[in-house]
Design a protein around this ligand. Structure first.
Ligand code: NAD
Ligand code: UDP
Length: 317
């Protein structure tokens, strides 16, 4: 298949490119490098199945020749990033989604949206099933991301209903792995970086809030299964193994060999208190479930940060 992927230079996008190319597809990666990096794609520079276009998808996109699938992953994803770029985040979720849906419609292509567990906001239902409508503050600091994705989901369903487009919506829960930016503020790279530097680990609030962490290869496998399925409504993709942020900090310290020293900072506004996907739908419809245990995924991620990212960060210091 000839596929167009927005957000290809990002963390998840670059891994998804690797997988789709390995499966024999052609991929045109599109990215404006707002939060991604060409370093994530440099190993594909001479791959015959891969091409890269630097483009902001909030502007219309024309692609010559056939397009069989459009995958829309472009969006700042880390709270630090979307708080820094709130308007860009709203635009890529709204105008960006519309432009890519139009591209898919013109070519009769299928369309996959990378949505998020943030659609559930600070959830009052636990674990979160796809049928839950969420508890989102529409004017809080996270609303630029949450509402952009909720709009993107609504627009995707409208294109499916009005034009019969073959659409899929993945509600992605916290995913981690190599190629995350060391300084993107998310809990996984932040804790690993701090532990490797021998600095205290910064826990926001008392650390009793929970998350469930999915290794990137598992997530990518779920996305590929979903994009070839006939399910039009959202499907949760994430690892249901839930833990508190304090437990997670202890785990990172243990695996890096760092002394467990914690520094408490205020909890950010509207920080979800509990998050864990119910993946019954993905299990049933896609035969999918995560396989990589947290400690194994974290070891691979720590190794990556030890070798690649830290070396890079030191060079720029
Ligand atoms: P990322 O920041 O590493 O990647 C996002 C990419 O989108 C970047 O390369 C960025 O430059 C690009 N981008 C942003 N705005 C753009 C625009 N207007 N035009 C073109 N490119 C643009 O983030 P990620 O973690 O890889 O997330 C990828 C997708 O998955 C996002 O849509 C995110 O909302 C979703 N998601 C991720 C997670 C997670 O835990 N990583 C969880 C839920 C949802
Ligand atoms: N967090 C933390 N210390 C950090 C970064 C994040 O305690 O240095 C917490 C954050 O408050 C949240 C959780 O870790 O409760 C996950 O944060 P992240 O930014 O990775 O993503 P989120 O799940 O909030 O989108």
């Amino acid at each position: 298949m000839r596929l167009v992927m927005s957000g290809a230079a990002g963390f998840i996008g670059s891994h998804l490119c690797d997988r789709l190319l390995a499966d024999g597809h052609f991929v045109l990666g599109v990215d404006n490098l707002l939060t991604g990096s060409l370093r994530n794609l440099e190993h594909l520079a001479s791959h015959p199945g891969f091409a890269f276009l630097r483009h902001d998808v909030t502007q219309p996109l024309q692609v010559d020749g056939p397009v069989d699938g459009v995958l829309h992953l472009a969006s700042p994803a880390s709270p630090k990033d979307y708080l820094q770029y709130p308007i860009e985040t709203l635009e890529v979720g709204s105008a960006g989604t519309r432009n890519l849906l139009e591209l898919a419609r013109r070519h009769g292509a299928r369309f996959l949206l990378a949505s998020t567990s943030e659609c559930y906001g600070d959830p009052l239902e636990h674990p979160q099933r796809e049928s839950y409508w969420g508890n989102v503050n529409p004017v809080g600091p996270r609303s630029c991301y949450d509402e952009a994705k909720r709009f993107a989901e609504a627009m995707t369903m409208a294109y499916h209903r009005k034009y019969g487009l073959r659409t899929n919506i993945a509600r992605i829960f916290n995913t981690y792995g190599p190629r995350m930016q060391l300084d993107d503020g998310r809990v996984v790279p932040s804790f690993i970086d701090q532990a490797l530097r021998g600095k205290p680990v910064t826990i926001y609030g008392d650390g009793s809030q929970t998350r469930s962490f999915c290794y990137v290869s598992d997530l990518v496998d779920g996305l590929v299964r979903l994009m070839f399925s006939d399910e039009r409504y959202p499907v949760n993709l994430g690892n249901p193994a839930e833990m508190t942020i304090r437990e997670f900090a202890e785990c990172v310290c243990r695996l890096t060999g760092a002394k467990p020293e914690f520094e408490h900072h205020p909890l950010p506004e509207d920080d979800p208190q509990r998050r864990r996907p119910d993946i019954t739908k993905a299990r049933t419809l896609l035969g999918w479930e995560p396989r990589v245990p947290l400690e194994e995924g974290l070891r691979l991620t720590i190794e990556y940060f030890r070798s690649h990212a830290r070396a890079g960060a030191d060079r720029f210091c």
